[in-house]
Design a protein around this ligand. Structure first.
Ligand SMILES: [Zn+2]
Length: 447
């Protein structure tokens, strides 16, 4: 009988400052071969029968509505029961879900999984390094692996690391465990990019820890700064066969992050919008960071668009979520009002429509030298393929505005000055100004 391993999970990141609750329709579901491909590991080649349950992920946003999470979890747990008996479970998670009334959604889910599969089953979890990792999570899991790059370019490799450890545990009859040391530091992803110091060297050191005797996989979790949650924390998390060696390595990683906390700075030039306005006469990439949907922002705010319009600058603004404006444009409207349509706040901007065309649920509006992409749904435009799909050539537009924090690996390669705008919104970089009622205290840089 081959070993049997079930795969599944829930994956999103939730800003508690985003007023828009995530609904089931916001999640994209993977099943069958697509889910096996996501795991990036050929379980079959190791004599393991991989059983895909399902995986649901969304563009980060506001809290997940309680009934949505309850339904997703119930469905996933029922699929797990239907897949019994199991030797292993591979959970593909993010770690920064926020659900009202559930303090530790991933921890709760993992303990439910454990209750179903029993103590003999090996449970592996792969996570985003922006996940909030509690003691419940590490006590219940046998195997833990998280991304080692931000921006994340090692997603598939991370799932494969967890899968390889799970395979090793099953085929060699080994039972690893997970050590955790929390670190009272919470900064944004933009301040902890692995492209720059100190996180470049901290993450580069992790593979060396993997080679220590008794240690399998070393991780540094930055945590998620825009959730005012009691579980918000950074942590060092280590999968190990020898608990003493695992605890030692976790402590070393935690100490090195704590000691580097004053080095944590933005990975690119950053300034308020007003300071960038005199620079609009040159080629630029501007990242509207406070409203970045991939960080949990709403993606509907228009203050940067208003500034461009006021200055009369030609630019490509990609994009802004506006389902109502999109519908009006479909009806042939010659003027639309955009900004804060989904509850994200900020100013409203009136666009006179010179031309409008449609592609992939987006309206591409030409208005007095501005090209504005108005999307029917919340979404990012971070990859060259996103622009190509809309028939937009970046070389035609010396100024590009994206709703982004740190720039994607694609946009980073554009040879023009790149500035992160410190704009307002649900993922505002001025984090110590955000309401902070529930995070553990003290925590750098809040206290
Ligand atoms: Zn992340």
């Amino acid at each position: 009988m081959p070993y049997r391993v079930a795969l599944g999970g829930l994956h999103t990141e939730c800003s508690t400052y985003n007023p828009l609750f995530q609904q089931r329709a916001d999640f994209r579901r993977l099943e069958g071969q697509a889910l096996l491909d996501k795991a990036g590991f050929d379980y079959g080649a190791h004599g393991i029968a991989a059983i895909p349950l399902f995986h649901e992920s969304s563009v980060p946003g506001g809290p997940v509505a309680r009934d949505v999470f309850d339904a997703q979890a119930a469905e996933l747990l029922q699929a797990l029961r239907d897949a019994l008996p199991l030797d292993g479970v591979h959970l593909l998670l993010h770690g920064a879900m926020f659900v009202p009334g559930v303090i530790d959604p991933e921890g709760w889910l993992i303990t439910q999984v454990r209750d179903i599969v029993g103590p003999g089953c090996v449970i592996a979890g792969s996570f985003d390094l922006h996940g909030q990792i509690t003691q419940d999570i590490t006590d219940t899991l046998d195997i833990f692996a998280a991304y080692r790059t931000a921006p994340h370019i090692d997603v598939t490799e991370t799932h494969a690391r967890a899968a390889a450890m799970l395979t090793r545990a099953l085929t060699k009859g080994l039972r690893p465990q997970v050590a955790r040391v929390p670190v009272p530091v919470l900064v944004s992803g933009e301040m902890s990019s692995t492209f720059v110091a100190p996180c470049d060297r901290l993450y580069a050191s992790l593979p060396q820890f993997d080679r220590r005797a008794g240690v399998w996989d070393a991780n540094l979790m930055i945590g998620y700064v825009w959730a005012d949650s009691p579980r918000a924390t950074a942590a060092a998390v280590v999968t190990c066969l020898d608990p003493a060696a695992g605890a030692q390595v976790a402590q070393e990683i935690a100490d090195s992050y704590w000691q580097a906390r004053h080095e944590l700075v933005f990975d690119m030039q950053a300034m308020p919008l007003a300071d960038a306005q005199p620079l609009l006469d040159q080629p630029l990439v501007l990242a509207d960071s406070g409203d970045n949907p991939t960080g949990g922002g709403v993606g509907d705010r228009a203050e940067v668009l208003a500034a461009l319009q006021q200055s009369g600058t030609k630019a490509l603004f990609a994009g802004i979520a506006g389902p109502k404006a999109y519908a009006e444009l479909e009806q042939g409207a010659k003027t639309v009002t955009i900004g804060g349509e989904l509850g994200g706040g900020g100013p409203k901007v009136v666009l006179d429509v010179d031309q409008c065309r449609f592609a992939h649920d987006c309206a591409i509006v030409e208005s007095a030298g501005l090209t504005v992409v108005i999307s029917k749904y919340r979404r990012p435009f971070h990859n060259f393929s996103d622009f190509k799909a809309l028939g937009l050539s970046l070389s035609d537009h010396p100024i590009l505005v994206v709703k982004s924090g740190y720039l994607s690996p694609d946009i980073r390669t554009l040879d023009r000055r790149q500035i992160m705008l410190l704009t307002d919104g649900a993922v505002n970089q001025d984090i110590t100004r955000q309401q902070n009622l529930n995070r553990p205290r003290p925590c750098f840089p809040f206290q």
